[in-house]
Design a protein around this ligand. Structure first.
Ligand code: DC
Length: 229
């Protein structure tokens, strides 16, 4: 396992990925976008035409396809069977169907295993998702939970989608985020919630730099305390 594990959990569009990337860069750490893993399995299942409620078939997709995750130019690059699908996993259809993968216990187990495997090859890692501090890395050195008002999250997501040519209305985006929040919070396995020892940060009125600054301060304080022990 890595010497330093930092987890960042939080709801959709709370800024986790951007902050995880920036924090990792500052700390000279690797980063893991675990949402990209759920998205990759979702894409593979869609392409295989598998029934999204059939856990056995979905597990089959996970076991028979070769998934590869790596940090490339500051992004989580994803390949399935040697094919680069980094852009395709962001398709709206994938976003909408990923909850099926996220709610299946055996698939989550396998993905958590892959996440731990990924971390075991790195010295320092910042990993982000929904269950990183609660399940995947319950012993992490520093845990964060980022939240933001749903309207602000919808605005941020709209800006992101527009940059990629998407034209969804703010209402549509907010509705989709609310649905995803509900399914993330209500599922029986790996539900979205802050770990008991997580530092919770509401980013609604904060800039990216301000959030990053807070996280860096916490990491420094916690690591300093650890050294003094
Ligand atoms: O963060 P994201 O939007 O890329 O996540 C994609 C999907 O994966 C979303 O439905 C939540 C789910 N997910 C999860 O259940 N657990 C994680 N650790 C990461 C993502």
């Amino acid at each position: 396992m890595a010497n330093l594990v930092i987890t960042i959990d939080g709801p959709a569009a709370s800024g986790k990925s951007t902050i995880a990337r920036l924090l990792a860069e500052k700390l000279g750490a690797s980063f893991l976008d675990t949402g990209a893993m759920y998205r990759a399995v979702t894409l593979a299942a869609i392409e295989a035409g598998v029934d999204m409620s059939d856990e056995g078939k979905l597990l089959g997709v996970l076991q028979t396809s070769e998934f590869h995750f790596a940090v490339k130019e500051g992004k989580m690059a994803v390949c399935i069977d040697g094919l680069d699908v980094t852009e395709q996993i962001r398709r709206p259809e994938v976003t909408a169907k990923a909850r099926h993968i996220a709610s299946q216990a055996r698939l989550r187990e396998k993905l958590v295993e892959m996440q731990r495997q990924f971390a075991s090859t790195e010295k320092k890692i910042v990993t982000e998702g929904r269950d990183q501090g609660t399940v995947a890395f319950a012993d992490a050195d520093v845990k964060f939970f980022l939240t933001a008002d749903v309207k602000e999250r919808a605005r941020r997501r709209q800006a992101e989608l527009r940059a990629r040519g998407g034209g969804e209305s703010l209402e549509q985006i907010q509705g989709a985020i609310e649905e995803r929040d509900k399914s993330d919070e209500d599922r029986a396995v790996g539900p979205l919630r802050p770990a008991r020892d997580a530092v919770v940060i509401d980013t609604t009125d904060l800039t990216k730099d301000e959030v990053l600054e807070r996280l860096l301060r916490c990491v420094e304080e916690k690591c300093l305390k650890r050294k003094q022990k």
